[in-house]
Design a binder for this molecule. Structure first.
Ligand code: B12
Length: 255
């Protein structure tokens, strides 16, 4: 199966960009070895999906998040279809790595390291470069893009990497980050970002239950009617729910 056949199929089913990386060109020190996922892996197919401007820029986080959920749903289905397409068409094995979750929640990771670093995969596949905000800027869609990966046993070779520095260091991402998570160059402060971007994630839930353990019966009843609990309830079936898209929204690169 030719590389272009896979690229065309990816675009046909709804990805906005498709790139390829030889597994030797994927370098992400903190991430697991992709061979632990697919022992015979030779290449990565990286798919990118642009985010809608109206959603990313909206101050209404339900609107921003529901658009992200659309990207997650479409890309999950497409990853499944692409994996089948490669396996059926070539008789080789392929494995899909989704936008975000499921994530490894075991200690010490607690959801902080993906099975494949999709940013490093995107860079290796010629789909962009890291910006000051530590996320990847694509030449066509800027920062407003999410990625998924298919690991494959096919030797497909790498697409040419993006040589231009697409980040002009305007510092808007650093200045507008509501939690100061980008203050140190080259490192996103996980806890700071998480507190603002996922207030009803694992940290919010732990804080809620800690408080509840020590509360009186009367206070416990009140806590269950508190809006914090109602948000936690909703996040149980939505999954990771982002309440901040600021670094994607303010980045002027390539849009
Ligand atoms: C865990 C996670 C987070 C955590 C931790 C991020 C982190 N430090 O890695 C938190 C909760 C903070 C987070 C926040 C966000 N995330 Co997030 N996240 C992930 C996830 C699931 C795993 C990342 C991972 O494995 N990290 C561990 C290792 C790889 O990181 P690392 O080696 O320490 O590398 C870091 C630095 O060293 C630096 N870095 C490494 N090499 C280089 C090179 C240069 C030149 C520079 C400048 C920096 C740099 O970049 C990394 C960021 O700190 C990925 C999905 C995935 N499977 O990849 C999405 C992902 C990275 N998140 C994404 C997004 C969009 C966000 C948010 C905007 C939230 C939102 N509303 O969607 C913010 C952005 C925060 C920011 N500006 O950094 C996108 C990024 C898309 C893109 N265009 O690049 C991803 C790829 C999801 C996807 N499928 O597209 N995220």
């Amino acid at each position: 199966m030719e590389k272009e056949e896979i690229r065309n199929y990816g675009i046909e089913i709804g990805a906005d960009v498709v790139g390829f990386a030889d597994i030797a060109d994927y370098k992400s020190e903190r991430s697991p070895d992709p061979k632990t996922i697919l022992p015979g892996v030779k290449s990565m197919v990286v798919l990118g999906y642009r985010s809608n401007h109206g959603a990313v820029e909206s101050k209404n986080m339900r609107i921003a998040m529901s658009s992200r959920m659309g990207e997650m749903e479409l890309s999950l289905k497409n990853n499944y279809l692409m994996t089948r397409y490669i396996e059926k068409g070539t008789g080789t094995k392929a494995a899909s790595v989704a936008v975000s979750y499921p994530l490894n929640m075991d200690l010490p990771y607690m959801g902080s390291v993906g099975d494949v670093s999709l940013r490093h995969a995107a860079v290796a596949a010629g789909l962009g470069v890291f910006g000051r905000h530590n996320i990847v800027i694509n030449p066509e869609f800027g920062t407003r893009i999410v990625f998924t990966v298919i690991l494959t046993e096919l030797p497909l070779g790498s697409d040419p990497m993006v040589e231009d520095d697409l980040c002009d260091n305007c510092n808007l991402c650093v200045e507008s980050c509501p939690s100061g998570a980008l203050d140190v160059e080259g490192k996103t402060d996980f806890m700071k970002c998480l507190k603002k971007s996922q207030p009803y994630g694992i940290g919010g839930m732990i804080r809620f239950y800690y408080k509840m353990i020590d509360a009186s019966d009367e206070e416990k009843k009140k806590m269950l009617m508190d809006q914090k609990f109602l948000h936690l309830y909703q996040s149980q079936f939505i999954g990771f729910q982002y309440f901040c898209f600021e670094c994607m929204a303010v980045c002027p690169a390539c849009i």
